[in-house]
Design a protein around this ligand. Sequence first.
Ligand code: PXG
Length: 459
Amino acid sequence: MTYQNYSLKQLQQIDAAHHLHPFTDHKELREAGSRVITHAKGPFIYDSEGTELLDGMAGLWCVNIGYGRDELAEAAYVQMKELPYYNSFFKCSTPTPVLLSRKLAEIAPKNVNQVFYGSSGSEANDTALRLVRHYWVLEGKPEKNRVISRKMAYHGSTIAGTSLGGMDAMHKQLNGAVPNIVHVMMPYAYELALPGESDHDFGLRAAKSVEDAIIEAGADKVAAFIGEPVMGAGGVKIPPASYWPEVQRICRKYDVLLMLDEVITGYGRTGEWFAAQTFGIEPDTMTTAKALTSGYQPLSALLVGDRIAATLVERGGEFNHGYTYSGHPVACAVALKNLEIMEREGLVDRVRNDTGPYFAKALQERIAGHDLVGEVRSIGLMGAIEIVKDKATKERFLPSGSAAVTVRDHAIANGMMLRATGDTMILSPPLIWTRDTIDMACERIGKALDLAQADLRKR
Ligand code: PXG
């Protein structure tokens, strides 16, 4: 029996009876009933009642080539019939992870040429943390095991991912984080720049917090710095241009490895294959997942730089780490086809040269002027809208986070799926969006802002 035989109410009842959702207040959801998304095509998703929504989030930052791609379904089907699964342990390989690894080395920064596979970004960050600590042991410096991260960072939801991340609400539920991880300030000028401080100076000051943490611990104790090139789940926080070059300089100065988490920014989001290229960074590890398959299969790839790889391969012996699904043949077949489509359709260049700049201009010209909007910002096809009560003072509505949820609910009611995090609206659309789709999104968001304003002023 397929789901079409079930009414929405029946699906909601079964969902409420048995399904624990991620990042969800279960009681609240079970009372309200979930929205059931049943199908999708191109840039649109559809719920069980036939409501069409323009998907401003590419699923969850992942469906970069849009929905309904037969070629990906065919790639999975062919691979499943030929070889649905075999492992990459015990001196075995299967063809698709082999070919995908070469492709990833080709598009990655030039010092990055090796790949370790998992099924999720969280797993890949676990691998990254294990690998970096193991590297320093192999180098004869086991005490170099601390990692510097940032407040509001998101690095996944496993124990290592949560510990690396800087989300207070998640840490509160850990009751015991992975030790030796510290969190410094985020490069978020809108709220953290001092009065009169330029973006450039703020970027240097935010980078200096990394240096301060290294000095405080002692460079001989610090293994690595980890950061999302643009913080995603924490609110699309785009660092000033001065930030990353300075962080890289500091890491080199103290011989601290640089770990980039490109789970959101990878595969075209910022107008290059990776944000490392957008910001001119040479990372030692790069965590990628999500858009590697455009979300059609669960797959992550930890891309490993030459420095770590050389030690691991030449002097590491057996690395006692891996997952059943490391290098899953079907997921890798889908990733290969996904990257082929992105290349064939020139999607990364299109974001860099056309839709990215158009998106930035559209947000500035059509959204930034709204009374509820404190700031808009974007890079490539990744954007944020700050919701405020007062544009000049940046005062927010109370309770914190409620205004953005009001905007989001009106947006959804007006055919636009987007996400609220705190008081920030987030956009991360499929890279297939055209100028017309951007126009449609701005019109729907503008309408949602007007309706939200009417509600919020009543309060
Ligand atoms: N790193 C980053 C930068 C991420 O954004 C992960 C790691 C973990 O990936 P997995 O595949 O284990 O989920 C992520 C995931 C949100 C949201 O609300 C963002 C993510 C996941 C769930 C929700 O924006 N990013």
